[in-house]
Write a protein that binds this ligand. Structure first.
Ligand SMILES: *[C@@H]1O[C@H](CO)[C@@H](O)[C@H](O)[C@H]1NC(C)=O
Ligand SMILES: *[C@@H]1O[C@H](CO)[C@@H](O)[C@H](O)[C@H]1NC(C)=O
Ligand SMILES: *[C@@H]1O[C@H](CO)[C@@H](O)[C@H](O)[C@H]1NC(C)=O
Ligand SMILES: *[C@@H]1O[C@H](CO)[C@@H](O)[C@H](O)[C@H]1NC(C)=O
Length: 357
């Protein structure tokens, strides 16, 4: 009995007690303008406001002016409107976390009124459109988190123009099913790029060149949890990785997803020149072989058709030739019969060879 009680209190029962402990510090809900908006929690000082899993349809209005970090998760914001914060500016807000908020559209000037914003987290939203000026008016924005936010629509071009005028330092694009390096999204001066849990099978020479562009010399990329395809097309990337391992902090965790004999092998344990070209299932070599068989078959069929056509066109000549041959044979046979009247087994070939005897 007592045990059950303690377990219950260790699971969720501590929350009210924590609330009580923080009560003297917390701003009472539904406070005057500048207080904490009713569905949200203001923790400690009103510097950190969290609105979690409240079905907000729009951003809360009466936020404390001093808030540094604002986190709204699990709501249904749908659209991040133009100048959503402009009527109640938050001059000190540095971090805005809007995860799992069903945000689909980010309009122009969405961050107006947040002059100090440094970190924007739009992860886990089904983004459909991002206006070119969406992040304008946030000159200090340095970190943008878009993990699992680009799965609903191909947004690379729109994002490229939205990021164009920013001086980002960190960009997170994990879990977006990316099949190639999003080279257009890498502003000069970027220092950290998170591409974990995407669909990268390798990086081509051109992609590696864009990572070595002058403005991106200091860039570090995390690439774990991608399905690396360890055949010979991976050679340029592997050579680059071995030479620049410090630029990929999680280089040691990269593993092959195929071909089967190499599945699970750490990339850094492979030598570029040792990567086979033929082992790939349905890879380029396999496809080439099939193609050559098909080509061979077509050539054979063509030859057969030409042969049959020649036979068909020449059928009279062939008939005449056969007729002549038969006549010649019969003449020979008659001559044979004439000479050797009683023969049990007369054969044309022997008839041809016997007249000399
Ligand atoms: C606000 O966010 C920053 C960056 O994530 C963090 O370092 C800081 O501790 C947060 N402040 C509060 C009061 O939680
Ligand atoms: C979210 O809001 C939109 C309109 O803003 C509404 O059509 C939709 O049903 C809402 N979704 C949920 C899960 O509440
Ligand atoms: C980006 O900067 C250029 C000039 O540097 C300017 O013409 C353009 O309007 C800016 N775009 C945005 C979205 O602020
Ligand atoms: C990886 O990304 C996919 C979506 O692309 C997501 O469903 C999955 O949960 C992610 N895995 C991890 C471990 O984050």
């Amino acid at each position: 009995m007592a045990r059950r009680q303690t377990r219950a209190s260790s699971r969720g029962g501590w929350l009210p007690w924590l609330g009580l402990a923080l009560l003297p510090l917390a701003v009472p809900p539904a406070a005057a303008p500048g207080g904490c908006p009713s569905p949200c929690y203001c923790v400690a000082t009103p510097e950190l406001v969290q609105c979690r899993y409240e079905r907000l349809e729009e951003l809360p209005k009466e936020l404390p002016l001093t808030v540094h970090n604002l986190s709204i998760t699990g709501s249904n914001l749908s659209i991040l409107h133009r100048a959503a914060f402009a009527s109640h500016p938050l001059p000190d807000l540095r971090l805005l976390r809007l995860r799992h908020d069903n945000i689909q559209i980010v309009e122009d000037m969405a961050l107006q009124g947040l002059p100090s914003l440094q970190t924007l987290d739009l992860s886990h939203n089904p983004l459909l459109s991002v206006a070119a000026g969406a992040f304008a008016e946030a000159p200090l924005l340095r970190t943008l988190q878009l993990n699992q936010a680009l799965l609903a629509a191909p947004l690379e071009d729109q994002l490229a123009s939205a990021l164009g005028n920013l001086s980002l330092r960190r960009l997170e694009l994990a879990g977006n099913a990316l099949r190639a390096l999003p080279a257009t999204l890498l502003p000069a001066g970027l220092e950290e790029l998170d591409l974990r849990n995407n669909s990268l099978e390798g990086l081509a020479a051109a992609e590696l060149r864009s990572l070595d562009a002058p403005g991106l010399k200091g860039l570090r990329v995390t690439l774990g949890a991608n399905p690396w395809s360890c055949d010979c097309s991976l050679r340029p990337f592997l050579a680059w990785l071995r030479a620049a391992a410090s630029r990929v902090p999680d280089a040691r965790s990269l593993r092959c997803a195929g071909p089967p004999p190499l599945r699970g092998t750490a990339l850094l344990r492979l030598r570029p020149e040792g990567l086979p070209c033929t082992a790939g299932e349905g890879g380029e070599p396999g496809r080439l072989e099939t193609a050559s068989y098909v080509f061979f078959g077509i050539v054979l069929a063509l030859i057969a058709i030409v042969f049959l056509m020649v036979l068909y066109l020449n059928r009279r000549g062939i008939k005449r030739w056969l007729h002549n041959l038969r006549e010649a044979c019969r003449d020979q046979m008659e001559g044979y019969h004439y000479r050797y009247e009683q023969d049990a087994d007369p054969r044309c070939t022997s008839a041809i060879s016997t007249p000399g005897l």
